[in-house]
Design a protein around this ligand. Structure first.
Ligand code: FE
Length: 432
């Protein structure tokens, strides 16, 4: 079973990444940042965690307002730094622990946290500013991470109490993971700062100290403050520090604070904190109970004949082929697909098996492989066949035989927009 060995809390101001990239180790203005982070890096080196659950907020880089959600688990097996406007930082990628991410997803949703899931997103300074300080300076190595993006920049935002409960649920999730892993929980953000409006530049060291003290000894009290209280006390963007409540709640009530530093060189108070966790693992029957609770909703679904639940595991496996097919909603891309399919394949990251499935319009094979039906109906619309053609192929029947099973045996349709010349499958093949 996995266990949480400790928690770390880190500010994530871009200042930290800037100091590293500009090699300011020996500059007295920047040197304290290096000293503080090296302590955390050394602690991680000593603890050798198998995974770090890294909670923080993105800064509207990879998670934009076209779809903004409070709690996101990233399923990546590798993460790269984001381009935040001036090109991505030249820092090594970090591995992702996809299996733990999937497990967290199932456990948290079972515990009634309505998570969303991402794949392929890059990481902005919310992760990479502190993370790059923790990577081995020689080879860039560090423990794989599970990135959890917390949407705290567009209201409504979940309450501090909800963040605390999320942390407790993360603990249940980790402790029910079926393999022996040592896990560190990391929260990045804060401390006091405000970066917008006439109040920008606001800091409150007294509150930061009080917050750090309560976080260690009485985190429940911090759940009673409102988001407006956090904004008033620690600056508006400083309220991202509520993410730290989730980290703290994932640890036991009693922790040992091994390290705490605080440095305020410019706009954001930079803190680094390490907590050692003391909790004992729950008894085996409790873990078994939670595992059953996690799996309850899908129990038996995989036994339904001809049915393939689109789980996180399936989604990760088929992400490449689903991405390729999803781009067909772009008119220029589908024009290119129809004119030069092989050229598009060469530019893609598809495997030969995936290219072959698409090339042969092997609807059944693509579905077995993991392509979700709704990508198949897009491809069908592009290549001019109806949904019913796809259904028949998935069942291994001719179109005529399948249509005989319908109440309206002549009703063919697709998701393609109306064409003045009529549906594509009614056209003369030469016209297609
Ligand atoms: Fe931030």
């Amino acid at each position: 079973m996995a266990r949480i060995v400790g928690g770390i809390a880190l500010s994530h101001t871009p200042t930290i990444g800037f100091a590293l990239d500009h090699q300011k180790q020996n500059d007295p203005v920047w040197a304290p940042i290096f000293k503080d982070f090296i302590t955390v890096r050394n602690w991680l080196k000593e603890k050798k965690p198998d995974a770090i659950i890294w909670m923080c907020n993105d800064h509207i880089t990879s998670f934009f307002f076209d779809h903004y959600s409070p709690y996101v688990i990233a399923l990546n097996d590798q993460y790269f730094p984001a381009d935040e406007g001036g090109g991505p930082r030249k820092v090594p990628p970090v591995a992702g622990h996809t299996k733990l991410a999937q497990h967290l997803g199932f456990s948290l949703v079972a515990d009634e946290f309505d998570m969303s899931f991402s794949q392929g997103k890059t990481l902005d300074h919310g992760v990479y500013s502190p993370l790059s300080m923790l990577q081995d300076p020689q080879d860039g190595s560090m423990a794989p991470i599970v990135h959890m993006q917390m949407g705290v920049l567009q209201f409504p935002v979940p309450s501090p109490q909800r963040f605390f409960k999320l942390g407790q649920a993360i603990r249940r999730a980790v402790e029910s993971y079926p393999e022996d892993l040592n896990v560190v929980i990391c929260a990045a953000g804060g401390l006091s700062h405000q970066v917008h409006g006439e109040r920008c530049g606001f800091n409150n060291t007294e509150w930061d100290m009080q917050f750090l003290d309560l976080l260690e000894k009485d985190p429940q009290t911090l759940t009673q403050y409102t988001l407006a209280d956090y904004a008033r006390l620690g600056g508006f963007e400083g309220s991202e520090v509520i993410i730290w409540l989730a980290m703290r709640a994932a640890l036991s009530e009693q922790v040992t604070k091994l390290h705490q530093t605080y440095y305020l060189p410019s706009m954001t108070a930079i803190a680094t904190v390490i907590y050692e966790n003391h909790g004992t693992l729950p008894p085996a029957e409790k873990i078994a109970e939670h595992t059953a609770h996690m799996n309850h909703q899908l129990q038996g679904a995989d036994q339904i004949p001809g049915t393939y639940p689109f789980t996180l595991e399936r989604s990760v496996k088929s992400f490449r082929i689903n991405s390729f097919l999803h781009k067909l909603i772009d008119p220029d891309y589908r024009k290119r697909f129809l004119e030069d399919e092989e050229g598009l394949f060469r530019e893609s990251d598809l495997t030969e098996e995936e290219k072959d499935l698409i090339r042969r319009r092997d609807w059944r094979g693509m579905m077995h492989y993991g392509a979700i039906f709704f990508m198949l109906e897009k491809l069908a619309a592009v290549v001019g066949v109806s949904n019913l053609h796809v259904y028949a192929a998935m069942r291994g029947q001719t179109l005529d035989d399948f249509m005989k099973t319908r109440n309206a045996p002549t009703a063919l349709y697709s998701v393609a927009a109306k064409d003045d010349k009529g549906p594509a499958w009614e056209k003369d093949p030469k016209e297609k």
